[in-house]
Design a protein around this ligand. Sequence first.
Ligand SMILES: Nc1ncnc2c1ncn2[C@@H]1O[C@H](COP(=O)(O)OP(=O)(O)OP(=O)(O)O)[C@@H](O)[C@H]1O
Length: 462
Amino acid sequence: MNLKKTWLYSLNGLLAIPLLLLLSSLIPKNLGIRSFTRTSLSFLLLILTSVVTLVSFTGVLLSISVTLSVTLILYAIIGTVITVYIGQRLIIINFNQLKQEANFRYGLIHVRDNAESVAFYQGEAQESVQLKQRFIGAIRNFDLLINWQRNLGFFTVSYDYFVSALPYIIVAPIYFAGNAEFGKFTQAAIAFQQIFRALSIIVSQFESLTAFAAGVERLDSLHSALKTPSPNATGMTTIDMTENSKLALRQVTLLTPNYQRTLIRELSATINRGEGMVIVGHSGSGKSSVLRAIAGLWNAGTGHIIHPSSTDMMFLPQRPYMVLGSLRSQLLYPNTDPNISESKLHQVLEEVNLKDLPERVGGFDAELDWANVLSLGEQQRLAFARLLLSARSYAILDEATSALDINNERRLYQQLKATGTTIISVGHRSSLLQYHEYVLKLDGDSNWQLMPTREYNSAEVC
Ligand SMILES: Nc1ncnc2c1ncn2[C@@H]1O[C@H](COP(=O)(O)OP(=O)(O)OP(=O)(O)O)[C@@H](O)[C@H]1O
């Protein structure tokens, strides 16, 4: 091995840098896992480079001095063990830092999304205290992080400096004994440094490794949360779901997701096309939960639900979801069919009593913060417009007109009934009864009664 070869290897190392940059630029930039993939890639390349360097220079060093080689290996092992020992704490601190920063960011977004409610309650002072606590938490942990990074830095820098004289100290006796030329010093120093760098990869990269390990741990927590064992795997029973053109519940016993409370026992009901059903009962009796079970969101319990496909049903919650985008995408959501003409959009807006909306907001391509710009009643009407445009066979409405006056409510239900849509509603208002053929009454004690609306009305009058 000579200096020419040493240069060749160094050149290889340099060539690896553009390769690394090229590969990392190919990684999608809009993913939250970018840092994970980038760091994995750079560590992998570092390890490969170290292995190549180690294989190339070990022979050179062994040919100069076995003592030097053994000393170097021992030094690297001891350094790595001490670094891992000191740095263990850094993984936990880095993990906490990611958590604290995420909590702080979530707190800021939460306040921003609820700014109006906070202002009505005049709760600014309390929100500010809460946010400050989260901020201080992140700062304190960061302080701890800096301290531990400093401790680790003290060790790794000393570890690096102390070793630089080692090849000269060990080779000097061989040289002075006349068994080696002066050039051996330089050769030994280069080979020693190369092997030292290769063996010290954990020590030199430990700080980034701890941040990387913390990131991996957070991703792993997310992965485990997403892969929570299904109720079946834990021996819990679930409601069977079958897709069909009709909607029916057979002996459905529905529990809360934590299996702690039985909301409804052995409910059986068939909702024929064109025959709507309204679910009534006091607050907390489980009305919305029945809708969640039909949508397949809740499945804790027993029995069987036969339901139309998701493209044939639409659910409208009490607080409509307003997408970030134009008025057009708002109306077409969740579809994006560009073939729906503007005249059709105008017609549907007129049907839901929002005729002047496009003019007011600046056309169908206007992009506003819809959840804040529109009143809740307007949002509910916009959601109905979506429903009318999507022309589903089944509409499942969870207090979807609660913010509207009776006239607007009547108008929306009449438009929907005129399309032949089968309606299943949840609501507290008696004005809703007239738009449905059947009433499902929940008593909050897991009992239920299903009866024609006329029968329910006469029973209520008595
Ligand atoms: N994620 C959940 N985990 C456990 N229990 C829940 C969960 N969500 C709701 N519940 C409970 O389930 C019960 C039924 O809730 P549901 O929303 O169906 O009531 P509701 O009849 O629609 O009430 P309201 O008329 O007030 O909207 C309530 O007691 C509620 O506290």
